[in-house]
Design a protein. Structure first.
Length: 84
């Protein structure tokens, strides 16, 4: 018998989604934990972008520094690389 993980169907659907996070505003003058959150997202320089899976933990980090970053959904093309 399969064990249920407790995740909802919506959480499973969002697992394939990706987010592009771009650091737009300097963290100078903000609390140290906000600078640490920027670093934890993998951002090292202003205007740098990283791509992360759309998970609740990443969403929480984004929410904490929402005034410093811009978030976009990444649209993946179907069949990319299949033409080669």
């Amino acid at each position: 018998m399969a064990r249920q993980t407790g995740r909802s169907k919506a959480a499973g659907e969002a697992a394939g989604r990706k987010l592009r996070i771009t650091w737009k505003k300097s963290a100078i003058g903000y609390a140290r934990d906000q600078r640490d959150t920027i670093r934890s997202l993998g951002l090292r320089r202003l205007h740098q972008s990283v791509v992360h899976s759309d998970t609740p933990s990443i969403r929480g980090m984004i929410h904490k520094v929402r005034h410093l970053v811009v978030v976009e959904d990444v649209v993946e093309k179907e069949g990319a690389g299949a033409d080669a």
